[in-house]
Design a protein. Structure first.
Length: 129
């Protein structure tokens, strides 16, 4: 895990790294991109908590001091857009994942190895037509 990630980003790292590793798609080259994805997750959570605390509508700092939409919505929208791009690139959603070519999981490889290592007499034979 890259140093300096906030706690929430570390939690996301710990959640997704084993999943990506199991899928066989994780590379050392993904470290910076994955760290940024995790940081986006943390920032979205942090900003959403701030919006919940301060409210959707807040007192403006303009001349009239009227009620305005919380400007954090702009920031969270930017983080969500970056998060969506990372999700697409890493295959974290069904659509993008369906367009990706993944190596077979280790479980399938092991069962294939087991099947191929059986003695010929115990292999399942196709029906004779």
């Amino acid at each position: 895990m890259p140093p300096g990630l906030p706690k929430r980003a570390q939690e996301e790292w710990d959640r997704v790294v084993p999943l990506l590793d199991k899928m066989g798609v994780l590379s050392e080259l993904d470290r910076v991109a994955l760290a940024d994805y995790c940081l986006c997750v943390a920032r979205v959570a942090q900003i959403e908590a701030s919006i919940d605390e301060k409210g959707v509508m807040i007192k403006g700092r303009n001349r009239g001091g009227g009620i305005v939409k919380n400007p954090l919505f702009t920031t969270v929208r930017q983080y969500r857009a970056a998060l969506q791009r990372w999700c697409d690139l890493f295959g974290f959603a069904p659509g993008p994942r369906g367009r990706m070519d993944f190596p077979p999981p280790d479980d399938d490889l092991e069962s294939l190895r087991e099947m191929l290592s059986r003695p010929r007499a115990t292999r399942i034979q196709p029906p004779i037509l």
